[in-house]
Design a protein around this ligand. Structure first.
Ligand code: PRP
Ligand code: URA
Length: 209
């Protein structure tokens, strides 16, 4: 699928195996979500433009390049997306942060938006949406539309596990958005949960069930 990038690396497969295991407790689950989020960010930023600078090492002058972190924003979808935030701000600590509050209605599986707060000047930034699970794609598409309605032009979506159904829905509605995921799973079940998946990401991050 065009614009869909899956991390293919033995370390990621190893970490995903622990993450998915139902015996993995809250602490380790949270650490892994954050860590895989960091690897996703690393991959999704592989084409960012750097700005030329001249610095002096202890030995000599060097013409090199740096990132203007202010040009980037991370926007986690509440609740589960916040689990990835630590990992991404570890690598880009001065990026701005917004929040989109959304939950999936348990009967219709449609997203319900309850919060939206993004940094000033968001329309000039490249935005990375964070959410560990891309299931039907409803939440991703609504979050993308909300950001586009505020004038955001460059959006990437970072998720840990994606279902083929959700990838199809997002790439169809938003072909300009690149999706980075750690793994593409098999399918959705009758409750729109990803199979084999990892269960309910929000509940496992926050220990709510
Ligand atoms: C989960 C997940 C996504 C959404 C994915 O959130 O974190 O936001 O479902 O499903 P979709 O692709 O079918 O829209 P959930 O509704 O469980 O809320 P939570 O993060 O507060 O637990
Ligand atoms: N949300 C989750 O947390 N898990 C799924 O499998 C689907 C949606």
């Amino acid at each position: 699928m065009k614009n869909v990038f899956e991390l293919k690396h033995p370390l990621i497969e190893h970490k995903l195996a622990i993450l998915r295991d139902k015996r993995t407790g809250t602490k380790e689950f949270r650490e892994l979500i954050s860590e895989i989020g960091m690897f996703l960010c690393y991959e999704a930023m592989k084409d960012v433009k750097l700005e030329k600078v001249t610095i002096s090492t202890p030995i000599e002058k060097l013409e090199t390049a740096v990132l203007n972190e202010d040009n980037y924003a991370f926007v986690p979808i509440l609740r589960a997306g916040t689990g990835m935030l630590d990992g991404v701000i570890n690598v880009v600590p001065n990026a701005k942060i917004g929040h989109i509050g959304m939950y999936r209605d348990e009967k219709t599986f449609k997203p319900v938006n309850y919060f939206f707060k993004v940094p000033k000047g968001i329309e000039k930034k490249e935005v990375f949406i964070l959410d560990p699970m891309l299931a039907t794609g409803g939440s991703a598409n609504d979050a993308i539309e909300l950001l586009k309605s505020k004038g955001v032009k460059k959006i990437k979506f970072l998720c840990i596990i994606a279902a083929p159904e959700g990838l199809k829905a997002v790439t169809k509605a938003n072909p300009d958005v690149e999706i980075y995921c750690a793994h593409i799973d098999n399918h959705l079940n009758e409750n729109a949960y990803i199979c084999p998946g990892l269960g309910d990401a929000g509940d496992r991050i926050f220990g709510t069930k």
